[in-house]
Design a protein around this ligand. Sequence first.
Ligand code: ADP
Ligand code: MG
Length: 344
Amino acid sequence: MTQAAILATEQKQSETNPVVLEVRHLTKHFPVGSMFKPRFVHALNDVSFAIRRGEVVALVGESGSGKSTTARLITRLIEPTSGEILLHGIDVLKTQPHSATLEYRRAIQMIFQDPYGSLNPAMSIGFHLERPIKIHQKHRAAQNTVHDLLATAGLNPPDEFANKFPYQLSGGQRQRVAIARALAVDPEIILADEPISMLDVSIRMGVLNLIEQLKEERGIGFLYITHDLASARYIGDRTIVMYAGHMVEGAESTELMRQPAHPYTRLLLSAVPNPEAGLGTGAEQARGEIPSLIDPPPGCPFSPRCPRAMNVCRQVMPETTNLSADHWVRCHLIGSKQAVSSQV
Ligand code: ADP
Ligand code: MG
């Protein structure tokens, strides 16, 4: 393909798949010290990314790397220390009419690791869907029915499922109810925080395929949060790797798995012998120690664990280096043009 043809393709893609949600320099420092000795957990530092219509962005990292904090900030359950959150280019953190806030809360939905926790055990599945449908109907002509939502989420026969109670469903079916409930308000983005990690391995694929279907058929964008690179590769158009509250590498998913540049990405990948072999294996084995996030020292957060750390790594946070149009990394080894050994 010629350069002009590539540019034309990219242009076409950005027209058909415009950016829906963007975060810029998102930072969250939780205060934990006393009044006399203020201290801060640096949970999230300078995180920026965008999600296009119908795009799945996978956010990968070990426990404690700041993934859930990112999602909680985007849903506005908590407020950032600094940074911007933009829906269709408009900063939602700036003072806005109440209607804009309501619109944002509709557009951005979230599903959690444990769907049971968000379902009322005393109420039927149909009840769980009726309320968001009613609220949504006040604002829109579109009419979602309990029947259609359950059918879309793959809970068939829908009428039978509507009369069931949460305890009568399997974990996978409960996660499908959570997805159906999110769909009730016609969201543009769904934040899925470890949606399959509590499910049996045998039913994980079904939930991932449902996400794929919603992205393709409804143009919904997803932030797919996981500690498991294999599922990120399976479902994510792009993957961003987080470590200790920092984004360390990002690329189109297959490119990232084929040519990981950051030593941490390599470490995670080394624990996934064959990313296509199965979901939910591997990444757990690469677990080490995330350094304390309370008033962390300067430098690259991965340097204490990095087998190739240089002096500069312990002193200065690396800048972003672009390896290709959609592959970037923050690592002094790359910045200083030294090859990173595959023997990490
Ligand atoms: P992940 O979802 O990647 O496992 P989290 O975003 O939940 O990580 O947490 C990132 C860091 O922020 C952790 O060290 C966690 O202990 C800390 N953290 C999260 N919420 C709070 C809070 N309310 N107060 C203090 N620290 C917090
Ligand atoms: Mg989490």
